[in-house]
Write a protein that binds this ligand. Sequence first.
Ligand code: FAD
Length: 408
Amino acid sequence: MTGIDRRTLLAASAAAPAAARAGVAPDVWDAIVVGAGVFGAWTAERLRAAGQRVLLLDAWGPAHARASSGGESRMTRSDYGPDEIYSRLAHESLGDWIALSARAGLPLFHRAGVLFLFQQDEAYARDSIAVHQRLGLRLDVLDRAALGRRWPQIASDDITLGLHEPDFGALMARRAVQTLVDGFVRAGGSFRRALVQPPADTPTFDAITLADGERLRARRFVFAAGPWLPKLFPALLGDRIFPTRQEVFFFAPPAGDDRFGPARLPGWADWNGGNIVYGFPDLENRGFKIAEDGHGPAIDPDGGDRTASPARIAFAHAYLARRFPALASAPLVESRVCQYENSANGDFLIDTHPAWPNAVLLGGGSGHGFKHGPAVGRLAAALALAGTPAPARFSLASKGRNQARAVH
Ligand SMILES: Cc1cc2nc3c(=O)[nH]c(=O)nc-3n(C[C@H](O)[C@H](O)[C@H](O)COP(=O)(O)OP(=O)(O)OC[C@H]3O[C@@H](n4cnc5c(N)ncnc54)[C@H](O)[C@@H]3O)c2cc1C
């Protein structure tokens, strides 16, 4: 956290009246946060910790089955090629995840490590190495022989370079968000399950309307609706956030074989000629995870089909046979369809609504947002409380209208 942002949050905390932290629902909340995914939950918690009386709303509950944050596991890594800003945010966030995990009953973070695999010399790999050196982050640079010795269960004949981040690993996504919201409520924050209507086009903004017509007033608002942002703000974000259909598979490792568990295999991402495939070892015995990072077709987060497609299952089997040969005939034990809520280039959206300075638009996690939740929450809270702008690449003005992904 930068000095200025920490000061902002501490000053707001000191200024908050004691009455605002106690008792019944107020007529006017200090802040209402719409969306209890990872971005909204961390923002609500930051605002609460700054002394604000906060109401967090979600139509289906924290990290529910269709939320982007509702998956089993999410990778945290600092490898971001040239995009140092994300390496910094990931590193900053890791400490908060570890602290939250230490307070939780079950682990929220598995320090399994993360391994990037490259078939040839890639600018992304060179840039990642340079960023890690600049930031003083640990990164092991491994050639094919070293990879083969350390992880013989990976077929690495075509790999020329491996980058291993020993300090990162897996976040247990759904459990982490639900733990965070539970702590938020125990500490005095309020959570309510309710559907918020798309706001009307008014010159100023001081209340949201729920599906049953109830109006809730607040001094400031944060709309962290993930892939539903285009539905809440169709004119503004309908062509700036693109939800895409992403399939995730879990395969059972061979019986009695621990080569594919987190003690012997890190989380991994295969550059695969730019068509990145990634996954996790058999975390908490759920199965060996594999997913494609390339954008799938467009999906409606409400009604989109969530059954796995034979074509993507066949791809996963073929990939396993090539990269993890011992899993070539591993049985598929679970599949999930989730969605990325992509901005045009993959940068997040953390900015005020163009007409309402007291309303923050928050989203665009673009398939890589989860790990950054703590840092994103800090940026969004500072913007909502004190108008401290987030970095320019998170502005609404920077959001294009054509999908041209650049951040990986
Ligand atoms: C398959 C997959 C793999 C991923 N892998 C990674 C990874 O390895 N590492 C990583 O860092 N990130 C990863 N991501 C991305 C990350 O999960 C998302 O960027 C992040 O979870 C987005 O969080 P969010 O809070 O913006 O959205 P969400 O989690 O979708 O939360 C938005 C919430 O808003 C609520 N809401 C919407 N509209 C309304 C309304 N009108 N009224 C009330 N509530 C409303 C919804 O119910 C929802 O709960 C992955 C995503 C997917 C789908």
